[in-house]
Design a protein around this ligand. Structure first.
Ligand code: SF4
Length: 240
């Protein structure tokens, strides 16, 4: 994703209206609803929508303990900007992290896909399941054009792994749409976007990408493209 490109987004009004309607529909039909916020540009758009509409959505973030300083800085900025929204932070189970590090080392995730997935399971998946327990839907910033693994996502689909509806109001949005929204509503964004990071995760597992590269090419860049998901978003079936 280019940093705040000066590209027109002629469909922005329609896209915003449809995204807001989808969030409203999710809240009405599948409550309690939660918004997963990792403080990337897409999630900041959704956070702004939820804040403007005062939607009864539980906003949460997963602090893996390995996030970039820029993400922590944005967390603090968002806390001041969106005072009406309680952004809950969830941490991994300390004993599980200690066990992983004892067995594999603090950077053991570089050694194999299996060890990388186990690290994500400890630092992301277990806390996510804890948050989503009892929820009927979760709202995510997934977009189809982000990567091959996300090219078929539906605005609402059944998330069998977590047993709830997964709602992706930005599924159809382009990079330009996201940044046009950011500009129109003066939404704060992660400083790493301006340093060539279109997709931002844990610091040791994310790098900047070249303009011609896939937007998620900087995530787990040492692996094959078809393994580059952390398990938060396994493929799901289209649903209501
Ligand atoms: S992205 Fe990297 S550091 Fe973060 S949980 Fe996954 S493997 Fe661990």
């Amino acid at each position: 994703m280019p940093a705040e490109p000066a590209v027109a987004a002629p469909d922005l009004d329609r896209l915003v209206a449809e995204a807001e309607a989808l969030i409203d529909r999710a809240v009405r039909a599948h409550s309690p609803a939660a918004l997963a916020c990792s403080f990337g540009a897409e999630d900041m758009v959704l956070l702004d929508m939820v804040a403007r509409a005062k939607s009864p959505v539980a906003v949460f973030t997963l602090d893996t303990g390995r996030l970039p300083q820029e993400t922590y800085d944005l967390m603090q900025t968002a806390r001041a900007r969106f005072r009406g929204v309680a952004i809950e932070t969830y941490f991994p189970n300390a004993a599980s992290v200690e066990s992983y590090v004892r067995e594999n080392g603090v950077n053991g995730f570089y050694d194999s896909v299996n060890l990388r997935e186990r690290c994500c399971a400890v630092r992301k998946i277990e806390p996510l399941k804890r948050v989503l327990a009892g929820k009927k839907s979760w709202i995510t910033g997934l977009r189809r054009e982000q990567s091959a693994t996300r090219s078929a996502i539906a605005p609402i689909e059944w998330d069998a792994a977590n047993g709830l509806q997964k709602v992706s109001p930005l599924a159809e949005w382009s990079d330009a749409d996201v940044w046009a929204y950011v500009k129109r509503f003066d939404v704060p964004t992660n400083a790493l976007h301006r340093k060539g990071y279109p997709s931002i995760g844990c610091a040791p597992c994310t790098r900047a990408v070249e303009p011609h590269e896939d937007p998620r090419a900087g995530r787990w860049w040492w692996e094959n493209a078809d393994t580059r998901e952390c398990g938060l978003h396994p493929r799901a079936k289209a649903g209501a």
